[in-house]
Design a protein around this ligand. Sequence first.
Ligand code: ZN
Length: 141
Amino acid sequence: MKSNRQRRAEIKAKRVKRAQRLKMRLQPKPRLGETPLGAVAADHGALSHNNTYGLLPDYYVDRAFVCRDCGSEEIWTAQQQKWWYEAAKGHIDSYAVRCRACRKRIRDQKVAQKRHMEAMAARPRHPNEAFFRRKLRRSAK
Ligand SMILES: [Zn+2]
C-alpha cells in the first residue's frame, strides 16, 4: 500500500509531465503574415489531392503527441508532416498517433501474417480433402 506522501509525489510528477507536454504544444502566436519559429512552408500544389472544403495549412509546425499503443511522448516534426501530407499524399485530417517503434511492430506483424497465409495456401492438399468437404456439406444440411 502506498502512503499519502508517495501518492502526492506521483500526482505532482504527473502534473509536471503534463505541463511539459503542453509547453511543447504551445507555439508563440504568429502575427498576421508571420510564420512561427521552425515552421516549414506548405506547398498547396502538392496538397491538391485533398478534396476538402476545409482550409489547407500554409505551414507545418512540430506537434507533440502521445503514442496510442505504448504511451511514450513523441514529436511529429514539421519536416515529417510535410513528407506525409505532400510526398506520401496523406489526407490533411490524418495525423501521427503511434511512435516509430510501434508502427514498425505493426508493420512486421502484417508481413508475418501475410507470409503465414501464403504458406498455408501453398501447402500440399490433404489426399482425402474431397471426402472431408462432402462430409462437411452433408452436416451443414
Ligand atoms: Zn509507441
